[in-house]
Design a protein around this ligand. Sequence first.
Ligand SMILES: Nc1ncnc2c1ncn2[C@@H]1O[C@H](COP(=O)(O)OP(=O)(O)OP(=O)(O)O)[C@@H](O)[C@H]1O
Ligand SMILES: [Mg+2]
Length: 386
Amino acid sequence: MSVANQLEQSAMQYASQAVQFDKMGNKEKAAECYNNAIEQLQKLVKLYPDYTFNRLYIEKVTTYKERIKLLRSEDGDETGYEKFTSFETRHTSTSESESEPQEASEKPNVKWGEVAGLEDAKKAIKEVIVYPVKRPDLFPLGWSRGLLLFGPPGCGKTLLAAAVATEIDADFIQLDPASIMSKWLGAAEQNVAKVFGGARKTAIAGKPVIIFIDEVDSILGVHTNEVGGEVRMRNQFLKEMDGLQDKGKHYHLYVVAATNKPWDLDWAFIRRFQKRVMVPLPDYATRLQMFELNCTQLDLTPDVNLHELTKLTEGYSGSDIKDICQVVRQEVIRELFESGKAFESATKPRPISMKDFQRSISNRKPSVSKEMILSYDKWFDQFKAL
Ligand SMILES: Nc1ncnc2c1ncn2[C@@H]1O[C@H](COP(=O)(O)OP(=O)(O)OP(=O)(O)O)[C@@H](O)[C@H]1O
Ligand SMILES: [Mg+2]
């Protein structure tokens, strides 16, 4: 066992002992064990500064410190322990019964039409997911199950994934990297298996399922200083992906992953996503559509020219454009409040003018740089799979 693993294991043992003492009301012992867990975790973080789970462990250290403070405070803590310990039990336990997969399976409600532009990406998604779901009989050779969306931040990757789920009326299981990692190691691998197991059941029962992994680079990327548990978790993931490809499997379970750092992914992972699609910065037509979408509910003066605004925002992302529209809206509302009139019923803010937009745009730089765009193009050339 590597040193990192040993430290992890021993931190985990101390933490679960602490939780037991905490439950029994033995504050002194509990604090002592939390403290021991803290020491192990701090050692780990210091020895392996690049370790993927460090962020989680640093958070744990803070939580345990706060817990110790409460336990040692004058009047102690009689009420909070239940909430705290049940949370920690879930997060420190590796036993089957106690560790539930931690995915959110709520249905996003994004419609296809709310995603501006991105025609290539939409086309790819239709081919990989929508058509096989609607007419599986047309795909005797099977179909791909993995779709990787990559591109600069704020251009619609997350939005697209949500829209697909609505389009095919699928169960949408969002695997948030932080939630996989919020399991102590060892459990992370089981957690992946469980999420896929559950999804498979639903899919076999006839309901399409999309497992969506946002910011996938943070769990499946290449890291220096890897230790056992992490590698096992990634291997489990690769195994699950392979399982989906076996011939003769006709249920609809898809894995859609999104990243804005595709270069952090290794080939083993990349090649399991048969479709790799770039979600680029919006072009002219798309930005125009974005302004239209964002302005539908705004009261504008007649001089506002959306074509002009579209020209001014070359290089801006979808989320930049949304922010620009929000800022101008906030401005007129702020004015209304400052004038004191907002407190009279039915008063409205003044309409938004072209000047307001121009000011908002000039106060805001595009969030994606030219160099970044070049890196995406380069990666796309190397790894594209349409
Ligand atoms: N193509 C688009 N159509 C409509 N709105 C968009 C589009 N792209 C971005 N937006 C707006 O920007 C916001 C952020 O987009 P989204 O979260 O999908 O970006 P992302 O590509 O997933 O970014 P990140 O890489 O940072 O996760 C959306 O909620 C939406 O309001
Ligand atoms: Mg996103």
